[in-house]
Design a protein around this ligand. Structure first.
Ligand SMILES: Nc1ncnc2c1ncn2[C@@H]1O[C@H](COP(=O)(O)OP(=O)(O)O)[C@@H](O)[C@H]1O
Ligand SMILES: [Mg+2]
Length: 81
């Protein structure tokens, strides 16, 4: 398994956009992809139009309010967290 982290302390520099584009391109190439977002604003979910499918956040997992598999949203060829 390979892990790619896109990070920058500045907002609005393209982290979310690049993450979803990379995920799409890798999934299209046949890789299994999971996107993990810690953004409280939920920009990634908004961008991928899956906000209504989200039941739990990564914080919920860390606080043991849910299991990890309950927080994963399965989306055609891309898994979104
Ligand atoms: N390569 C790019 N060219 C032009 N605009 C971009 C590019 N990447 C992102 N944006 C735009 O910049 C804004 C911020 O991008 P976003 O991915 O939300 O940044 P971040 O996650 O770093 O806060 C969005 O409106 C997005 O559409
Ligand atoms: Mg963002």
């Amino acid at each position: 398994m390979k892990t790619i982290v896109l990070t920058n302390q500045k907002g609005g520099v393209g982290k979310t956009t690049s993450s979803s584009e990379f995920a799409y391109l890798f999934a299209k190439k046949g890789y299994k992809v999971i996107l993990i977002s810690f953004d409280q604003q939920g920009d990634l979910e908004l961008q991928l139009n899956i906000g209504d499918k989200k039941k739990y956040s990564l914080l919920d997992c860390m606080q043991a309010k849910c299991r990890i598999d309950e927080a994963v949203i399965h989306q055609s060829c891309i898994l979104i967290f």
